[in-house]
Write a protein that binds this ligand. Structure first.
Ligand SMILES: C[S@@+](CC[C@H](N)C(=O)[O-])C[C@H]1O[C@@H](n2cnc3c(N)ncnc32)[C@H](O)[C@@H]1O
Length: 294
């Protein structure tokens, strides 16, 4: 299945791409948001995009092929934003976007090990160049460290029982094995209603493997410093841990980047009923944006 961009109309409204503007898409994925930004900023807008997944970069190259000369893609982490802008000779950006989380491409790619529904190895790395995979977290981490990860990154109330079950069944090799052990560790009457019982555990391990919250904090500390006056930074997040980090950063009156930010709205922007009926993946999406005012 192709990745359907989340909150696309809303992203375009807050970033308001313009001719000759310069934009940075930190999680370019299949390139759907990037394509819309390039289209709206025609004929002279430029876009730099990063993604840790080299498959995503190849896909984005195809999606953006009709905008040749106006986009620059990098198989790197979005925290490289400063060096990337320097390499392009860009001093300022008019809009910055990150759309966190998983793409449908990654979720449905069994061998990448992100899904509890598809059999796959315990991997979960966005970038195959990185050393730490879900296998090490599941099989090598001490029990107490696993408990903290499940609690802090999965908000999982059965963290203790799940960690105990994992440790006693080591070595685990596949996503389905892990999903089954987690499901069995949670009393059936406490299984969540709308999500698979292993959802929180998979989220927690994925966050640990990809250092998602640390990278997001680092990025939010530096990226606004590149915005032009009135430039906008927009972040789409998919769970409360990320949303809290974004909200706090945008409200910070002493922002580490040295610029003054004003949130575009107090509350996060949520998908419309229409979007939710067409794309269930958008269910937990929240968009926050802030404008540089100094
Ligand atoms: C939800 S998808 C983005 C979809 C994209 N907006 C589109 O329109 O197709 C998230 C992407 O972020 C990438 N990603 C996750 N963490 C990253 C990071 N720290 N740096 C760069 N890319 C990252 C993933 O590989 C994935 O392709």
């Amino acid at each position: 299945m192709r990745h359907v961009p989340v909150l696309l109309k809303e992203v375009l409204e807050v970033i308001a791409p313009k001719d000759r503007g310069r934009y940075f898409d930190g999680t370019v994925g299949a390139g759907s948001h990037a394509r819309a930004i390039l289209e709206k900023s025609s004929p002279g807008g430029l876009l730099a995009g990063t993604d840790l997944d080299d498959g995503a970069i190849k896909e984005a190259r195809k999606t953006l092929s009709s905008y040749k000369g106006r986009f620059f893609l990098f198989n790197s982490c979005y925290t490289e934003i400063v060096s990337i802008c320097q390499s392009l000779g860009w001093e300022e950006l008019d809009g910055i976007l990150v759309d966190l989380g998983l793409s449908s491409m990654l979720l449905e790619d069994g061998p990448r090990g992100f899904s509890f529904r598809t059999e796959g190895p315990l991997d979960m790395r966005y970038s195959s160049k990185e050393a730490l995979s879900a296998y090490e977290v599941v099989n090598k981490y001490p029990r107490e460290r696993l408990v903290s990860i499940l609690r802090d990154y999965g908000e999982e109330r059965f963290a203790n029982r799940i960690a105990g079950a994992i440790v006693s069944r080591r070595p685990l090799n596949t996503t389905k094995q892990l999903a089954e052990i987690v499901s069995m560790a949670i009393p059936r009457r406490y299984w969540p209603k709308r999500i698979h019982p292993a959802t929180r555990t998979f989220q927690a391990i994925r966050i640990e493997v990809n250092k998602e919250l640390d990278r997001l904090k680092d990025f939010l500390d530096i990226a606004p410093g590149l915005l032009s006056h009135n430039g906008v930074i927009a972040v789409i997040s998919f769970h409360s841990l990320e949303d809290r980090i974004v909200k706090q950063s945008f409200k910070d009156r002493n922002h580490p980047s040295g610029v003054t930010l004003k949130p575009v709205s107090n509350k996060p922007i949520r998908p419309s009923e229409k979007e939710l009926s067409q794309n269930p993946r958008a269910r937990s999406a929240r968009l926050r944006a802030a404008r540089r005012t100094n």
